[in-house]
Design a protein around this ligand. Structure first.
Ligand SMILES: [Zn+2]
Length: 458
């Protein structure tokens, strides 16, 4: 086979392949006769860590490495990349794909190239031979592989529930029959033998593996041996109850508890376990909303942060109190600790909040002291603030926005419990409430309370 000269005017094609031990790439260009002529060949061995990658990861790194290796030829031109691994196509196609962290990193780095990925069955792949007889990797390539592992470590660290040490997750994963089978299948790409019922000791492991099989394209294995689904950590069965009770620490209801978990971790049967836990939780059941609340007439919600706020008090075991003010728009809570609930003590706190966030157009309270005092009325008049009183312990009367926030008294009680424990532990009250209760998931997809404010302002 003769090599052709590179011509920037011609269409280039990069054919890549990965074997269990190496990567191969062939750069070719279409000639006038319509034939593809090779321009250059390249190969490199995989590092021991890379050899433990899943098959899809090895095929993806072949694309990443091939493009980088032939950067001088490919950068700035559109070209096509040929792979013999079909499952890669959807991952490279659109933003709706959920690739494992390593592939995600490579896809991001490949954004500077303009290429289309196409599939060709492996039998015709000229890069296959190269990948099986590869040149040793250079020190730069080894360094890059280490960078990728750093990133995966970061993803695992971020996904791990803070109270559970990584070593515990690793050990529990090692002892989990289902996860071990899934890790082995992810590395080899061979799931078929595992679908035979006799490959399991328990029925539970079989059901678990079936769920993992359905998301197999999103799975990858970290260097320590943790299983990841996309950027989320797959929890071994022995830790799932603990993780759910941690996420349910502030007695959030089903949707919020699930959202808290889904953001960072996953395991087969997550939804059902959360539902069961909450059904069994006495505090949640006692404070749940009535089965058939009367229909309510909702009022117009605020259109910007800090236009309308709701205020309430919480009481701490040492006799001090918390003034809790929540922005109805972003649901961002501010908490101030005061020694008394007198108007003289409380009003300066409101002044401080107004100095920070601007004048509130409207404050909602239950009209208990000091919100029924003369000083409070004067303060409202001086700041041109409207005061709306809601029915105590019936927040629904105040419209939908309010029913979701701090004025929901039963929910507030739980919030106070949590805040109290944070204060006892020496933490900052406001931060504790924010982290444990209203967290970044209060608004579902619309972002955290802080993001809601910045987005609205910026
Ligand atoms: Zn609960």
């Amino acid at each position: 086979m003769t090599l052709a000269f590179f011509d920037p005017q011609r269409h280039s094609q990069l054919v890549v392949d990965a074997s269990p031990t190496g990567l191969g790439a062939v750069l070719a260009q279409k000639q006038d006769c319509g034939e593809w002529a090779p321009i250059a060949f390249a190969s490199r061995t995989l590092t021991p860590t890379e050899q433990r990658y899943s098959q899809i990861e090895r095929e993806a790194i072949a694309i990443h490495w091939g493009c980088r290796h032939f950067h001088l030829y490919l950068y700035g031109n559109s070209f096509s990349v040929v792979t013999d691994h079909k499952p890669l196509l959807p991952l490279f196609k659109g933003s709706s794909s959920k690739p494992p962290p390593r592939i995600e990193k490579w896809i991001l780095q490949l954004q500077e190239y303009h290429f289309t990925l196409t599939y060709q069955p492996g039998t015709k792949n000229p890069a296959d031979f190269l990948s099986r007889h590869a040149h040793p990797a250079t020190s730069k390539e080894i360094e890059e592989a280490q960078d990728t592992e750093e990133y995966v470590r970061l993803v695992v660290e971020r996904a791990r529930p803070p109270p559970i040490p990584l070593s515990e997750v690793v050990t529990a994963t090692k002892l989990d029959e289902c996860l071990q089978l899934a890790i082995a299948a992810t590395r080899t790409g061979e799931w078929r033998p595992l679908q035979r019922p006799d490959s399991f000791r328990t029925q539970q492991a079989q059901a678990c593996l079936h769920a993992l099989f359905n998301v197999r394209q999103e799975l990858s294995v970290s260097e320590e041996g943790c299983l990841l689904r996309g950027l989320r950590l797959v929890m071994p069965a022995s830790l799932t109850n603990r993780v759910v009770s941690l996420a349910h620490g502030a007695h959030q209801w089903i949707v919020k508890s699930k959202a808290r978990l889904r953001n960072k971790i996953w395991f087969p049967g997550l939804d059902k376990l959360v539902e069961d836990t909450i059904q069994k939780c006495i505090v949640c059941q006692a404070s749940g909303s009535p089965d058939h609340p009367a229909p309510i007439i909702t009022e117009q919600g605020p259109t910007a942060p800090w236009q309308k706020v709701s205020a309430n008090f919480g009481h701490l075991p040492d006799g001090s109190h918390m003034v809790i003010v929540v922005d109805d728009y972003s649901r961002y809570p501010e908490v101030e600790v005061v020694q008394s609930t007198s108007a003289q003590t409380v009003i300066p706190k409101f002044e401080k909040l107004m100095a920070t966030h601007g004048f509130f157009g409207e404050i909602h309270t239950d009209n208990g002291p000091p919100f029924n005092s003369h000083e409070w009325e004067e303060f409202l008049a001086s700041t041109n603030t409207k005061h709306r009183c809601i029915t105590p312990r019936w927040p629904q009367a105040n419209g939908e926005v309010e029913s979701l926030v701090i004025t929901r008294p039963k929910r507030t009680d739980q919030l106070f419990d949590k805040a109290t424990s944070v204060v006892r532990a020496g933490g900052r009250c406001g931060t504790g409430v924010l982290l444990s209760t209203d967290g970044p998931f209060q608004n579902g997809d619309s972002g955290s309370p802080a993001q809601m404010q910045t987005l609205a302002c910026g």
